[in-house]
Design a binder for this molecule. Structure first.
Ligand code: FEO
Length: 171
């Protein structure tokens, strides 16, 4: 069974994934009331679902390994954004924090000589690489687009295909 230190750290990650899910849910809800952002709205809502799945995976792991998963209380996330670019900058900042947190979990697993948890966490390491790539790609595109409305139209139209363009992923 993982040590108390490990279980506590995994439970802190449950909270972080739950807060990520809430943050992207709020971004989706904000995007839904902006004109012409159907694609972006779908993207944020889908990402919120993915973060919930990340949280559930942790909850199941903690419980299956003899720990007790803690379903956390959540803070209200940011509800409005000055621009789409700001929303995506916030998303990237958030993902970088999640990656840092996953890296420190891996470090704890190694310090605790908990190789099962170390192995379990490798899925999150890979997932974070992909999420960072996607968030950076969105930010780079929005930087190029600037105030160009036709560029923004195409960004919104194509955003759901970006997920499938990662190296090693089939379209
Ligand atoms: Fe599950 Fe994007 O952190």
């Amino acid at each position: 069974m993982p040590s108390k230190t490990m279980i506590d750290a995994l439970n802190r990650q449950v909270l972080m994934e739950a807060q990520s899910s809430q943050a992207y849910l709020a971004m989706g809800s904000w995007a839904e009331i902006q004109p012409g952002l159907k694609g972006v709205t779908q993207f944020f809502f889908q990402h919120s679902e993915e973060e919930r799945m990340h949280m559930l995976k942790l909850i199941h792991y903690i419980n299956e390994r003899g720990g007790v998963a803690i379903v956390p209380a959540l803070k209200q996330p940011q509800l409005t954004f000055d621009s789409l670019k700001k929303a995506f900058e916030t998303l990237l900042e958030h993902e970088l924090k999640v990656s840092e947190s996953i890296n420190s979990l891996v470090e704890i697993a190694l310090n605790e000589k908990d190789y099962a948890t170390h192995n379990f966490l490798q899925w999150y390491v890979m997932e974070q690489m992909e999420e960072e790539r996607l968030a950076r790609e969105c930010n780079d595109k929005l930087e190029l687009i600037g105030d160009d409305k036709s560029g923004l139209y195409l960004f919104d139209r194509d955003i759901m295909t970006l997920d499938k363009q990662a190296p090693g992923k089939s379209a």
